[in-house]
Design a protein around this ligand. Structure first.
Ligand SMILES: *Cc1c(COP(=O)(O)O)cnc(C)c1O
Length: 457
């Protein structure tokens, strides 16, 4: 039946649409989707022929159309279990939310809400009102605004406070945060000019002093959230920067990164700077993330003086960078936990940070009891660019490769589990940390491990 022109051997769109199995797809997919799937499959077959292939039998093409249909419905964004021990894992979605934050999201998303409606006057209100008072109370700020994420907060603050002018920053703080987000690029994007001072390891107050001129709009500090400069170093404290900024009549922008509202030393961690300290020292604005140590939804918070925050609010970018209603509701609920003094009990990030190793050990032993492997000491990491070197003592389940099964193969089988389980590999050993696994998910971890190990045998 094959002709010497393989393109002619391909079935037509109409004949495929008439095929019984293709027609059956209409039960689950719209007619337009089925036509598109058929065309896509034929296009890819033509491309294969162009590379020297033959036209495959019709039943293989029909199978492939079915595969395409299933692939198009498969959601790639789905829940996963974080057994890596990295608490704020950016690739795994950073901070899990509290029950109250989740409820707040569904509540405003299901129907209409007062997102931009002022009930007292029965007219248009502002979405920024929903979190401003809480942020002010928690940070001591006069005013506040929340945007899409902290990268957006940095862009907005620089655009509104310094566009067309100069911002003085230490060379040691011209950092890349991750995912290609580089402070110098953001400064360029915002339309302000960068005045770099000092060196990679040492910057003095006199360096800032010498750089301030008629064109200077502000000094900026960027918290070194994901690295440390150690050894022969010198940097200028925020107090000194604030005194200089005020003496010379320029602004002070402080990018804190994490946005920690609790004292981290109570959990055996080093001190993480807080927005309250930053504003008390004299920063005009403190910028921080909503989904790092704050433990809430993706957001970027700007807390600061009324004058500075008003400029941000009025800037056209504020509209482009605004938060959506569900995230705003979750942020408001998360902030409430701090105001009620229940953050450590209710916010998952803090619950994980504060859970002692002797609560984690029994879970690691219970996992090991059913799956084999050894329980050993290890460290959980804060992650998300917060407190980079520090860890919390923990207990890990450690599984070495068994005959014929490399730890990479085991890790892959865990990822292939219906609810993917993400582990970490160190020195050819698979490590799983109960600290970042919700206790309700222990059963899934054990099932996934047993299946992965059974497959390996
Ligand atoms: C994480 C971080 C950012 C970016 O915050 P996102 O909320 O991820 O956009 C900016 N600056 C610093 C110092 C950070 O640590």
């Amino acid at each position: 039946m094959a002709t010497d022109n393989p393109y002619r051997d391909l079935p037509s769109v109409d004949s495929l649409l008439a095929d019984e199995r293709v027609r059956a797809l209409s039960a689950e997919y719209s007619g337009d989707t089925v036509i598109a799937l058929v065309r896509e499959e034929l296009d890819s077959r033509r491309a294969a022929i162009a590379k020297g292939g033959d036209a495959p039998p019709v039943n293989l093409i029909v199978d492939a159309i079915g595969d395409r249909a299933r692939a198009s419905l498969r959601t790639t964004l789905r829940p996963a279990i974080n057994a890596t021990g990295v608490i704020i894992h950016t690739n795994l979605g950073r901070a899990p939310l509290s029950e109250e934050a989740l409820a707040a999201m569904t509540n405003v998303a299901r129907g209409y809400s007062t997102l931009e409606y002022d009930l007292a006057v029965g007219a248009r209100g502002t979405r920024h009102a929903h979190v401003e008072a809480q942020i002010c109370r928690l940070t001591g700020a006069e005013a506040a605004i929340a945007v899409n994420n902290n990268a957006a907060a940095v862009l907005l603050a620089l655009s509104a406070l310094a566009a067309g002018r100069e911002v003085v920053i230490s060379r040691s703080q011209l950092v890349e945060i991750g995912g290609g987000f580089r402070i110098p690029d953001v400064m360029k994007q915002s339309g302000c000019r960068l005045a770099e001072v000092g060196t990679t390891n040492r910057t003095y107050l006199r360096d800032y002093e010498a750089a301030i001129g008629d064109e200077t709009a502000a000094l900026m500090r960027v918290h070194s959230s994901n690295f440390r400069v150690v050894g022969f170093t010198a940097s200028v404290g925020l107090d000194e920067l604030a005194a200089l900024a005020s003496k010379r009549g320029v602004g002070l922008i402080d990018d804190l990164g994490s946005g920690c509202l609790l004292d981290t030393t109570q959990f055996g961690l080093p001190k993480e700077p807080t927005p309250r300290e930053s504003l008390a020292a004299g920063a005009d604005v403190a910028l921080f993330s909503g989904d790092k140590l704050l433990g809430g939804p993706q957001a970027g918070i700007v807390a600061g003086t009324r004058a500075a925050v008003d400029k941000l609010r009025r800037h056209p970018l504020a509209r482009a960078l605004r938060m959506d209603k569900a995230s705003l509701a979750a942020l408001a609920a998360t902030l409430s936990h701090y105001l009620k003094g229940e953050a450590v009990d209710k916010i998952p990030v803090w619950r994980m940070i504060s859970s002692p190793a002797d609560e984690i050990a029994p879970r690691a032993h219970a996992w090991a009891y059913t799956t084999g492997g050894a329980v050993r000491d290890g460290r959980s990491l804060i992650g998300g660019g917060s407190l980079p070197e520090e860890g919390l003592p923990t207990k890990l389940l450690a599984i070495s490769g068994t005959d014929g099964a490399s730890v990479e193969a085991l890790a892959r089988r865990l990822r292939d589990h219906e609810t993917p389980v993400i582990a970490r590999i160190e020195d050819e050993t698979l490590l799983l940390d109960p600290r970042t696994v919700h206790p309700d998910e222990d059963g899934i971890v054990v099932t996934a491990l047993r299946a992965a190990l059974a497959d390996a045998r």
